[in-house]
Ligand binder design. Structure first.
Ligand code: DGL
Length: 342
């Protein structure tokens, strides 16, 4: 489906504009009110076409083509949709159908989709994710402005070569660092450790500095990702969940550790059993900021663990899945991938 400019005159304006392919996946930005409560709504209700048509002036930024990839709340986002997005984006750029891509998406897992795409897509063209914290039916809905700004960034020459970006609430985040930090606030996304990479102000799209060097890995074959569990660490923790994951046959474990990626002694013994069973173990942390480094409180060399550096647990899980899918399971090689760029 292509959004045609409103009038022939505006159609002329579209002639010299960049071509932006909008891929809609659902989320609150596509949400509609539900009478279950005064604030109730269902994410993934409106179509991508309806979203774009509700943004005045966006067709003066770019020539837009809208396609519906899925229409789901992003807590239901999954590898099948990710592989569909990769295939469509690779095809669009290979066939020169688009100069950039904007993906409308729920904010719950936007950071994961952004990180997965940033790792397996290797294009100069911008790929921008956006969404909203309020449904279109809400007072002061933020979706139309976010979509307008996402297209503005996608159409910006400075966005080229920066990998996958997230644009929300006037702020531009890189996929590697962005994470959702507030369950309801409009300014929900933060970029841990590094800060946003730019802003969208009324005058221009502004980037603060050069692009981060990105780790480019091959797309896993067969549209499958190996099972990797994330286990949340807490006080008085035993090894039960770890042992259960091993029995379930997962190929790797990511620990959402306390502090500097720590677990209790009983959980540590269970992790040693997991390593002996052939799993790759990554120590991440649920605290938010900072790096999880090797051999600080935990002797990673002795335990054959991987330290996640600055990747949060959900992104560490994705990187481990992509590495394992590519046959990389040697601890030193996995650690090199997590330390890439530092
Ligand atoms: N269900 C959540 C999602 O689709 C709503 C959050 C949002 O999109 O802002 O991610």
């Amino acid at each position: 489906m292509t959004v045609q400019p409103a009038s022939a005159g505006e159609g002329q304006a579209a002639a010299g504009l960049p071509r932006v392919l909008v891929l809609a996946t659902g989320g609150t930005i596509a949400g509609k009110a539900d009478p279950r409560s005064a604030i109730g709504y269902d994410a993934g209700s409106a179509t991508g076409q309806q979203l774009v048509e509700a943004v005045p002036g966006v067709d003066r930024l770019a020539h837009l083509q809208v396609e519906q990839i899925s229409n789901i709340p992003s807590q239901d986002m999954n590898h099948k949709v990710w592989f569909r997005l990769v295939e469509r984006i690779n095809t669009a750029f290979a066939r020169h159908e688009a100069d950039a891509v904007v993906i409308t998406h729920g904010t719950d897992t936007m950071e994961e989709t952004a990180f997965f795409l940033d790792t397996v897509l290797h294009h100069e063209q911008p790929v921008i994710l956006t969404g909203s914290m309020r449904p279109g039916s809400a007072i002061s809905a933020d979706g139309p402005a976010n979509l307008y700004e996402a297209v503005k960034v996608a159409a910006s020459p400075q966005a080229r070569g920066r990998g996958v970006l997230v644009v929300l609430n006037d702020t531009i985040h890189a996929a590697h660092w962005v994470s959702k930090a507030d369950s309801t606030a409009l300014q929900t996304f933060v970029s841990r450790n590094a800060g946003p990479v730019g802003i969208v102000d009324p005058a221009a799209v502004r980037f603060y500095g050069p692009a981060r060097v990105r780790l480019a890995l091959p797309l896993p074959a067969g549209e499958q990702l190996p099972a990797v569990d994330v286990i949340y660490a807490h006080a008085d923790m035993d090894g039960r969940q770890i042992d259960e994951s091993v029995r379930a046959g997962v190929k790797g474990l990511v620990i959402a550790g306390m502090g500097d990626g720590n677990v209790s002694a009983p959980a540590m013994q269970a992790l040693d059993r997991a390593v002996k069973a052939g799993l790759v173990i990554v120590r991440s942390s649920h605290v938010g900021d900072g790096f999880v480094n090797r051999n600080v409180e935990v002797d990673d060399d002795a335990h054959h663990f991987v330290a996640s550096y600055d990747l949060n647990p959900q992104k560490a899980r994705l990187l481990l899945q992509i590495l394992l899918a590519g046959g990389v399971q040697d601890v030193a090689a996995v650690q090199q991938a997590f330390a890439f760029g530092y």
